[in-house]
Write a protein that binds this ligand. Structure first.
Ligand SMILES: [Zn+2]
Ligand SMILES: [Zn+2]
Length: 276
């Protein structure tokens, strides 16, 4: 069975309001594409910072300008009006673990996708709050801090799935890249990953970004597999046409690495299902 658990029912742009996108007809568009691509298990994971309740966790300027919708309306819509699993993409905000835990524990998710989008106040993947403006000539220091934070995110126990694990590479050659064997950075996250046994997201989204690669890099995924972690497969689609996009590449990698099962979630319980 194939999954696509990291779906957004709307683009990230301002103006993509809940009323327009959290509709039965829109959810059906995602389901239709999934059926065409042989994906049975679908779930959405809207960004937590689009909801006003996230401001109890963090008041970063991006969050303040984005927090418009009600998280319980979203959860109610998914549960009552769609056949999608109910997830959320929650940021790891260092120092705010208790607050995020309170937000997450108050709702009945099938799974929580955990993301490191920020290192300190600066965003890895958002050119409005660019980390690179501040550390542009120091890719090694930034990568080190990113992967240390990723390990903390895993270890926090807040999340079921570790999203786009090497997101820091998103810009590819458009930003400074460290040289040499990148496993010295991945290694910084491995204690947290191994301890938590979190599911590792294999995401095809990186193929649609400047880097043009799957997240994570095969060497990083291999390290996570060696640590005993299962894989969760997702596209991070923000439009219906991206559901299950480029899954051939992901499945080829999983086959090459000997992965025959995927993590499946229900009410935050995990089991493995054969890819088949
Ligand atoms: Zn993300
Ligand atoms: Zn996402």
């Amino acid at each position: 069975m194939l999954t696509d658990y990291h779906l957004h029912l709307r683009p990230d742009d301002a103006g993509s309001d809940a009323e327009r996108y959290f509709t039965v007809a829109n959810a059906e568009r995602y389901r239709t594409v999934a059926e065409e691509r042989g994906i049975a298990e679908l779930g959405c994971a809207e960004h937590v910072y689009r909801f006003v309740q996230a401001l109890d966790v963090w008041r970063h300027p991006l969050w303040r300008e984005s927090a418009v919708d009600d998280i319980d309306d979203y959860a109610g819509f998914v549960r009552e009006q769609t056949d999608l699993k109910l997830g959320i993409e929650a940021d790891f905000v260092a120092g705010r673990e208790d607050r995020m835990q309170a937000l997450l524990a108050a709702r009945d998710w099938d799974y929580v996708v955990g993301s490191v989008h920020f290192v300190g106040e600066h965003a890895v993947d958002h050119d409005g709050y660019e980390v690179w403006d501040h550390r542009s000539q120091r890719p090694d220091a930034l990568w080190k801090r990113y992967f240390e934070t990723l390990g903390e995110a895993a270890r926090s126990g807040l999340f079921d799935i570790l999203a786009h694990p090497d997101l820091i590479k998103i810009w590819g050659p458009r930003r400074p890249l460290p040289g040499g064997d990148l496993r010295r950075f991945y290694d910084l996250a491995m204690d947290g990953i191994a301890e938590s046994q979190i599911a590792i997201e294999l995401s095809t989204a990186g193929l649609r970004k400047p880097v043009g690669e799957l997240y994570p890099a095969p060497a990083f995924l291999q390290m996570c597999l060696d640590a005993g972690c299962p894989v969760a497969l997702s596209s991070d689609a923000h439009v219906p046409g991206d559901v299950g996009r480029d899954y051939e590449a992901a499945l080829e990698l999983l086959e090459r690495l000997g992965v025959g099962d995927l993590a499946v979630f229900e009410r935050r319980e995990r089991r493995l299902e054969a890819i088949g």
